[in-house]
Design a protein around this ligand. Sequence first.
Ligand SMILES: NC(=O)c1ccc[n+]([C@@H]2O[C@H](COP(=O)([O-])OP(=O)(O)OC[C@H]3O[C@@H](n4cnc5c(N)ncnc54)[C@H](O)[C@@H]3O)[C@@H](O)[C@H]2O)c1
Length: 337
Amino acid sequence: MNGSQKTILVTGGAGFIGSNFIKFIHQRYPDTKILLLDALTYAGNLDNIPPSLKSNGHFKFFHGNITHPDIVNKLVSEADIVVHFAAESHVTRSIYDNAIFFETDVIGTQVVANAIVNNPVELFVHISSSEVYGTALRAPMDEEHPLNPMSPYAAAKAGADRLIYSYIKTYDLPAVIIRPFNNYGPCQHLEKAIPNFIVSALLDQPLTIHGNGESSRDWMYVEDTCEALDRVLHSERDRVLGQTINLGTGTDTSVVEIARRILRLLNKPDSLLQFIEDRPGQVTRHISSTEKSLECLEWESKIELDEGLARTIEFYQNNRQWWERVMWMKELWAPKG
Ligand SMILES: NC(=O)c1ccc[n+]([C@@H]2O[C@H](COP(=O)([O-])OP(=O)(O)OC[C@H]3O[C@@H](n4cnc5c(N)ncnc54)[C@H](O)[C@@H]3O)[C@@H](O)[C@H]2O)c1
């Protein structure tokens, strides 16, 4: 890409990781053109894109759905690179109403992949998820770990992930499958654990934890993910094309420990912890192998958990209006179960 005039189509870039990625790329490569396609579901928010970027000639927003071939074909035909984030992304919602997960995550991915078959691009980065693995059968979890998705969300992501793999084999799709582990950072929706804990703590409300909170995840600060994706964009193509690559830190931390650290960083008492019944389809442990990302991308995560949490807390402390808007729309996103 080398500071050139490449055009990147970013699907789902009004959501959490996608918007952080767009800001990251724009800051580092101001000449790169960015096309953002987003349906603006409850999870998409154009406030995640700064006004200076919205008014920049190198950025264009398209309000549309990835399951609609017309707009997807048109935008893919204008792009050199496609980074595909758009998805329904919340495990708990998928337990209560899963049809939209299969429509968006599987059929939507099929539409994007077909558009690329018809209008070839130089690189397609498919954002899959560590959820496709289910609970760790061994630690750390490498890319050969069996796929045992344990929730409808995870099953939909596994379907999309294997769909792209089949397109690589069948149609020579110039794709890389990326499996990020649990991301956190600025602009993450309140339905997810870390922002939910932070906002609850700021409001002196209970931090609700499913089960005993001992299930653990490999938590990665979103800027590390953006850095890794930048490496994907800039790696020699034959090092990454056709590969499946985990993005994680190689360490895991329990959910209750995360909640305790947030309380500590905010000087709030542990008495705010509240344990509720466990969620079905719960993954008990996730921990990523970092070997392949190091080998293919020469990349390792850099931001330690306490630093990432402190930066994330700072965002929610300084952007109350951002999360009050999300809370105000709770009727749209809180699981109905
Ligand atoms: N957040 C994580 O920890 C994590 C971890 C691993 C993988 N992932 C994957 O990364 C991607 C981004 O995750 P996120 O946390 O930023 O999600 P998010 O829910 O914050 O954002 C999803 C975005 O996709 C858009 N979208 C949804 N359906 C759409 C459709 N049909 N057409 C067009 N746009 C649509 C939404 O409006 C939103 O802007 C997803 O594919 C997710 O599965 C996320």
